[in-house]
Design a protein. Structure first.
Length: 152
């Protein structure tokens, strides 16, 4: 059963690009944009990350911290952060544990071919780690994602 609005996010979020364990309690008192995306360095995922990067100061001003999650490796995340100059942390969810808890891992279809992958989904958490909004794949516009979060 995937997490829903009103649920508390799990304490252990995973390991970031530096190999450090990231916990929800690290962000107590801050709102969190926890966004799940399919793959580093692909067009849609890069557009989404750059929207969040380019509006990072506005997001911070509104009290948000940004955390990206994909099933890519720590090394892949390091390269993505460097290449795109991302100011926020990326969690490497190679075991898909966090993605499964949030319900963002499942069967997808492309050109009639079925495969397992990440559903692009964004969770907004309040200062105590409670999910206040879920932006589902059909809602997420990668080019203006930060503006969607900020309600612009």
């Amino acid at each position: 059963m995937a997490l829903q609005v009103g649920d508390k996010a799990p304490e252990i979020l995973g390991v970031n690009e530096n190999g450090n364990e990231i916990k929800l309690s690290d962000y107590t008192g801050k709102k969190v944009v926890l966004y799940f995306y399919p793959k580093d360095n692909t067009p849609g995922c890069t557009a989404q990350a750059c929207s969040l990067r380019d509006n990072y100061d506005k997001l911070k001003k509104e009290g948000y911290e940004v955390i990206g999650v994909s099933t890519d490796s720590v090394t892949s995340h390091q390269k993505f952060i460097t290449k795109q100059n991302l100011p926020f942390t990326l969690i490497s969810d190679v075991d898909k544990k966090l993605s499964e808890q949030f319900g963002t891992w499942g069967e997808k279809s492309l050109y009639g071919k079925k495969y397992m992958g990440t559903f692009r989904t964004t969770f907004l958490l309040d200062e105590s780690g409670i999910i206040t909004r879920i932006m589902l794949p059909k809602e997420v516009n990668t080019k203006i994602h930060a503006e969607q979060i900020l309600g612009e």
